[in-house]
Design a protein around this ligand. Structure first.
Ligand code: HPA
Ligand code: ZN
Length: 320
């Protein structure tokens, strides 16, 4: 089986964590390869998620103008094409791109237009997810979800919460997720990564997402695994990222295979290809080597992903 040729779907991919050396050096020629390797790529083992996330700052610092955002979007599509990704949901936090005077609306409009152009240029289908962040205020979360609403019927398709799950509670963000629910805005949420099963339960209860980013620690509670299965809550799983953030010592200890065998809807993602130093091709290869996954599992994950994607059923049908 030639993994590189398999069509792939990625639902969990941070725009600011996926800058290639090519685009970084185009934006800032003073950054040489050694500096890129040191500052943008995390060590194979980080202390924890917060440590891992210190590298994301490097990415969004270079994404503060129309030209920079546009270059980064096109760069990412080039990488998606190289892993034969046919559909991707790309996420970013618009409020992190205001340092050089862009308004939140402009940031989303620029990124959306670049996405539309990149879809046309590469043939890779895509949607955007706008993220609030754990350390943001209630007002910032509300502003972000309202941006999703303002950009309805464009490439902007959903709402997420990212950043340091262990460091900040959910309180500031409940109203934004309620707003999303009231306005039929599709939602996902990072949970069950830096915290355990109680975090997944509270995320489901207070945010009501149809998908969970990571969610892998759900494996620790059989009742939660059953709940995910029975309610078709989809897990966006990013195996190498979880090993790197020190959730698991080795890839072999990752629960993706157990969750798959329990019938939970899930798919395979990179999360942060630059920080993790991975590609979707590499993730598939690892799953093949470590868990003996093959066409059957990869195809099933793609089916789950298409069903869970934030797209109209006509596009789902096209991808199947
Ligand atoms: N978790 C939370 N926030 C993130 C991550 C993650 O794995 N990657 C990039 N931002
Ligand atoms: Zn993530």
């Amino acid at each position: 089986m030639n993994i590189a040729l398999l069509p792939k779907i990625e639902l969990h991919l941070h725009l600011d964590c996926g800058l290639s050396y090519e685009v970084v050096s185009a934006i800032d020629p003073s950054i040489n390869k050694e500096a890129y390797d040191n500052d943008f790529i995390a060590p194979a083992k980080c202390y924890n998620l917060a440590d891992f996330l210190t590298r994301a700052v490097k990415g969004f610092a270079l994404m503060q103008t129309k030209e920079q955002l546009t270059l980064v979007v096109h760069d990412l599509f080039k990488q998606l094409k190289a892993s034969n990704v046919i559909y991707a949901e790309i996420r970013f936090a618009p409020l992190q791109h205001l340092e050089q005077g862009l308004s939140p609306y402009e940031v989303v409009a620029i990124t959306e237009a670049a996405t539309a152009a990149a879809v046309k240029a590469t043939g890779v289908e895509a949607r955007l997810i706008l993220c609030t962040l754990r350390h943001f205020s209630a007002a910032q979360s509300m502003q972000t979800v309202q941006l999703v609403q303002q950009f309805a019927n464009t490439y902007v398709a959903g709402f997420d919460i990212a950043a340091d799950e262990a460091g900040f509670p959910i309180d500031n963000h409940i109203a934004a997720f309620q707003y999303a629910k009231a306005n039929n805005i599709p939602c996902t949420a990072h949970a069950g990564e830096a915290k355990g099963t109680e975090s997944v339960w509270e995320t489901l209860q207070y945010f009501g997402p149809t998908r969970i980013g990571h969610g892998v620690r759900s494996i620790e509670d059989p009742a939660l695994v059953k709940h995910l299965h029975d309610n078709q809550i989809h897990l966006e799983i990013c195996p190498s990222c979880n090993v790197q953030t020190n959730m698991y010592d080795t890839y072999a200890q990752h629960p993706i295979d157990q969750l798959y065998k329990a019938g939970v809807s899930l798919n395979i993602n990179t999360d942060a290809p630059t920080i993790v130093n991975t590609t979707l091709n590499k993730e598939y290869q690892q799953l093949q080597q470590v868990f003996g996954w093959g066409i059957k599992e990869f195809y099933q994950c793609n089916l789950y992903a298409v069903k869970a994607a934030f797209i109209p059923s006509a596009l789902q049908q096209k991808l199947l």
